[in-house]
Design a binder for this molecule. Structure first.
Ligand SMILES: Nc1nc2c(ncn2[C@@H]2O[C@H](COP(=O)(O)OP(=O)(O)OP(=O)(O)O)[C@@H](O)[C@H]2O)c(=O)[nH]1
Ligand SMILES: [Mg+2]
Length: 201
């Protein structure tokens, strides 16, 4: 798929102010600093569309971007940010969980996992929560430019093993690097296929 246009639409902390749910939507979630905003920039080929930072906790709101005037990419705040208070964290999860549950045009959630580290309880718990709430998702392993191909193989295997504890069928796993562009064509093709095969009423 060719990205002809990618524009910022709205930043939200209020579920009621989200854009009308009349277009296909794909959201990016994962731990703080995992590379959600960078991946949105890599996929759209716009370096500064979503704001990125080397300090965790950069994205604090739900950010909608409209692509080719036809579908939404949504950048979400990260979870598991250690410096955030318990109350703030609880607020975050109820806000994001509500968004994920009510957003009827959310075709697929991309759950980003750092390819450099072993499976984390917070990611596994979050994916279990998605399963229980019937939120369709695939996994995206990020920052693969920072590890060797044998390390990547090991990471992927470890993740699959950890997921097999609770999952009978595993979701697709995409391999990406926002630095090198790895995975761009595959993810855009996946989105294009879903745009064509799923009807948004
Ligand atoms: N080497 C490398 N660095 C990356 C990659 N993706 C992101 N980064 C770096 O990781 C840091 C965090 O990236 P962001 O895209 O801001 O992460 P985020 O998940 O949006 O973070 P929050 O909004 O804070 O939750 C930045 O310093 C990026 O440059 C990647 O594929 N490779
Ligand atoms: Mg971000």
């Amino acid at each position: 798929m060719i990205i002809k246009s990618a524009e910022f639409v709205i930043s939200n902390t209020d579920i009621k102010k989200l854009p009308a749910p009349n277009l296909h939507e794909y959201a990016f979630i994962g731990r703080s600093n995992v590379g959600k905003s960078s991946l949105i920039n890599m996929l759209t080929g716009r370096k500064k569309l979503a704001k990125t930072s080397s300090t965790p906790g950069k994205t604090q709101t739900i950010n909608h971007f409209i692509i080719n005037d036809n579908w939404y990419l949504t950048d979400l705040p990260g979870y598991g940010y250690a410096k955030v208070s318990k109350t703030e964290r609880a607020k975050w999860s109820s806000f994001i969980q509500r968004y994920l549950k009510v957003r009827e045009n959310l075709v697929c959630l991309f759950v980003l996992i750092d390819s450099r580290i072993k499976p984390q309880a917070i990611d596994l718990d979050f994916m279990d929560w998605c399963g229980k709430n019937e939120i369709p998702f695939v996994i995206v392993m990020t920052k693969t430019d920072k590890i060797s191909s044998s390390q990547l193989k090991k990471s992927k295997l470890a993740l699959k093993k950890a997921m097999e504890e609770t999952w009978e069928f595993l979701p697709d796993i995409y391999i990406t690097s926002s630095n090198s562009g790895t995975g761009k064509d595959e993810l855009l093709r996946y989105i294009d296929d879903l745009n064509k095969s799923i009807k948004i009423s």
